[in-house]
Design a protein around this ligand. Structure first.
Ligand code: PLP
Length: 473
């Protein structure tokens, strides 16, 4: 492809992108293809000769697009969102065009310095202590792995990286039973052994029971084990429960344990002053992660990781082969030492575009509107006696189920709600996902999509009620 052809195709594609985003709500939000449909539509061998871009784009529209679940649809209420937005897409175009690999300051000083500045902006907006340092990671899973590895090294006096597993036998990590699976994965990868992950029970609102946490830690110390890290979650994946950070921080401070805060989704709520109480006690914590790629309108991937002491992080990850030595070392941030991968995308650019284009108030207003819409939906669930709420609505996730009169058995209710979920998603009109709370199959509706409006939530609720009529009949 030459520059002339690129220019032509790029203009066509930008028009297609704008049309797509304009009409995305009309697509079946959850892809309706069957397993193997896309795979079988593709040739088994790569083309030997160059193909025309017109043909490639035609195949994208006819073969790939039907197999896409439309995460940018305002009818997407599943999982947690992976939001994009117009300014974010524009920045990604530039990132792809520059194709910069931002492993060290020298490989693109602007990328390193914009990243440093964006982390400062985010601290200012969210109330994360200004003396902390931030770095962009790909995902919260990677950031949490970095936290657990750093906690491990700190406990082993930075010997475990050298000596291997013997140095970190019996190191314990604590989280609640509602904590995201990425914590268990990180504990496994860090070589601590998943049997050393202690899952502390939760209270009736699905928040970590801090008394049980203290007891677990004290009992481990008595048994000669070493508490290494506690993970507090602000906004659990199932129902956005908020662990009692200040109480947990008192315990970790007393026993000198690394405290990592996983606010992957809910961190964006910190844009609103009324949610700042979530991070009371953060000054006693050691690390914090939240994902602008979830609720902050910045397309995947972009995870903001903050640490109280960057030296501990750098000592954990630093590696210095000859070919990466530079004369600026020590004077600038070489982010390759701040996490697992060497190679890094230029992710700060989209944060810069998003924050400037929305303005902090623009993001704040959208987030507040999502919370208002969730509370509107909560009201509808509460006033319809066929439905029941299964968890407090702390921000913009509503957990509920249909519970018709006369059905009391949990298994039967679970089957009924699973059927309701599958039928709803089969319409292609809305997409919601489920969780289990206290053994109950729970419909979980997340109102956080960039383009969602009241009319979409109203239509979704109508659809849910109509389908409930059918499955309960
Ligand atoms: N932590 C929580 C609370 C989450 O809900 C999720 C994902 O939904 C993660 C961590 C993992 O996020 P990522 O996909 O960025 O690794």
């Amino acid at each position: 492809m030459d520059n002339k052809e690129f220019r032509k195709q790029a203009h066509l594609l930008v028009d297609w992108i704008a049309d797509y985003l304009d009409e995305v709500e009309n697509y079946p939000v959850k892809s309706q293809v069957q397993p193997g449909d896309v795979f079988n539509s593709l040739p088994d061998f790569a083309p030997t000769e160059s193909e025309e871009m017109d043909q490639i784009i035609h195949d994208f529209k006819t073969k790939v697009l039907p197999g896409i679940t439309h995460w940018q649809s305002p009818n997407f209420f599943a999982y947690f969102p992976a939001n994009s937005s117009y300014p974010s897409v524009l920045a990604e175009m530039l990132t792809a065009t520059l194709g910069a690999q931002c492993m060290i300051w020298e490989t693109s000083p602007a990328a390193a310095e914009l990243e440093e500045k964006m982390m400062i902006w985010l601290k200012g907006i969210t109330g994360i202590p200004s003396c902390w340092s931030g770095v962009i990671q790909d995902t919260a899973s990677t950031a949490t792995l970095a936290a657990i590895l750093t906690a491990r090294e700190r406990c082993a006096n930075f010997e475990s990286n050298k000596s291997g597993p013997e140095e970190f036998k019996g190191l314990r990590v604590y989280c609640s039973t509602e904590t995201h699976s990425s914590i268990e994965k990180a504990v496994k990868i860090a070589g601590l052994g998943s049997s050393n992950l202690v899952k502390v029970k939760v209270d009736k609102d699905f928040r970590m029971d801090f008394v049980a946490l203290r007891q677990a830690i004290e009992s481990d110390i008595e048994d000669g084990l070493t508490p290494a890290c506690v993970i507090a979650t602000l906004g659990t994946t199932s129902c956005t429960a908020i662990d009692p950070l200040s109480e947990i921080a008192k315990i970790t401070s007393r026993y000198d344990i690394w405290l990592h805060i996983d606010a992957a989704f809910a961190g964006t709520a910190l844009f609103l002053p009324e949610y700042r109480s979530m991070i009371e006690g953060i000054e006693h914590a050691d690390s914090f992660v939240f994902n602008p790629h979830k609720w902050m309108f910045t397309n995947f991937d972009c995870s903001a990781y903050f640490v109280k002491d960057p030296e501990l992080l750098i000592r954990t990850f630093e590696i210095l082969p000859e070919y990466l030595k530079t004369s600026t070392r020590g004077k600038v941030n070489d982010y390759r030492d701040w996490g697992v991968p060497l190679g890094r995308r230029f992710r700060a650019l989209k944060l810069w575009f998003v924050i400037r284009s929305f303005g902090v108030d623009g993001i704040r207003n959208k987030v507040a509107e999502h919370i208002r819409l969730a509370n509107w939906l909560k009201g509808r669930v509460l006033e319809d006696n066929r439905f029941e709420l299964l968890a407090p609505v702390t921000m913009n996730v509503v957990c509920f189920r249909v519970h018709p009169l006369g059905i009391a058995g949990i298994e039967e209710l679970n089957r009924l709600n699973e059927k309701l979920l599958n039928q709803l998603n089969g319409t292609g009109k809305i997409y919601i996902t489920h969780t289990k709370l206290n053994g109950c199959f729970t419909l979980r509706m997340v109102i956080a999509q960039t383009y969602v409006e009241q009319r979409h939530v109203e239509a979704a609720w109508e659809q849910i009620r109509k389908m409930a009529d059918e499955v309960c009949a």
